[in-house]
Design a protein around this ligand. Structure first.
Ligand SMILES: [Zn+2]
Length: 256
């Protein structure tokens, strides 16, 4: 199978950082295996699987280069249809008014689909090529380049915030989740899709799972670990969608 991911960076050039568990704060990890010289471990307290130590932040960001977005744009029609399905599921359940923010929007297919469905679509991505492509070719003016924290959106600004195959990539998870909580409107919803390490179709020898991606997928959640991360920040999973593929899709709202 040809992966979407670009070739990994040379390990010899990396700086490494050791982190405490972003879910529970523990510093005790059980080694699982290595892939491309990157150590995959399991937190002994909450069971989150992650890469630790891992390549330093600035080098992880470098894997999102031009090729990554271009590859994504080429598969456009299929991607757009899928985004429309995702958006419509949210619309049916939570209504179609207000602003929708797609985090990790690439060229903006989700933003476009949200606009078609009646939302005011916004998108951000750390990689500039996709943003420029979406603005120019799809006339999406609300696409911004950079991290979420850099955008300084007002409190309670968004009715819907989506993170589709994004949360597993983000170096500073707790900063991201705290910021999402701040900008989510009361009664608003966060739609998250991420690989599901707790799914029955994940191979028993984990290193053979297609979602194991050094430098790219930094964390491997199941419902319990994702729920615990969100709870720390005053958010809760209100629905988990059934999925025949090993992907976790959850709707998240403010907890009371
Ligand atoms: Zn933990």
């Amino acid at each position: 199978m040809i992966s979407d991911a670009p070739a990994p960076l040379e390990n010899s050039a990396k700086h490494w950082e050791m982190i405490s568990c972003p879910v529970c704060g523990s510093e005790s990890f059980t080694p699982l295996f290595q892939k491309q010289n990157e150590p995959f471990v399991r937190c002994e307290s909450c069971m989150l699987v992650l890469i630790n130590p891992r390549p330093a932040h600035n080098q992880v960001l470098h894997t999102y280069d031009h090729d990554y977005s271009e590859h994504y744009a080429i598969k456009g029609e299929k991607k757009l249809r899928r985004c429309r399905r995702w958006v419509n599921r949210v619309r049916k359940r939570y209504g179609q008014d207000g602003r929708w923010l797609d985090i990790g929007c690439s060229v903006g297919f989700v933003v476009m689909a949200a606009g078609e469905a009646g939302f005011e679509g916004h998108g951000i991505d750390v990689e500039s090529w996709g943003i420029e492509y979406g603005r120019k070719n799809f006339h999406l003016q609300n696409l911004r380049c950079g991290t979420l924290e850099e955008q300084h959106y007002p409190d309670h600004y968004f009715k819907v915030i989506s993170l589709y195959d994004v949360i597993e990539h983000v170096p500073d998870l707790n900063t991201l989740v705290a910021e999402i909580k701040r900008i989510l409107a009361p009664g608003g919803v966060i739609d998250i899709i991420t690989p599901d390490i707790g799914h029955w179709r994940v191979p028993r020898s984990l290193e053979n799972w297609g979602e194991i991606k050094p430098s790219e997928h930094l964390y491997y959640f199941n419902r319990r670990t994702l729920s615990r991360l969100l709870q720390k920040h005053g958010l809760e999973i209100v629905k988990k969608r059934f999925n025949t593929k090993p992907a976790l899709r959850v709707y998240v709202q403010h907890s009371n």
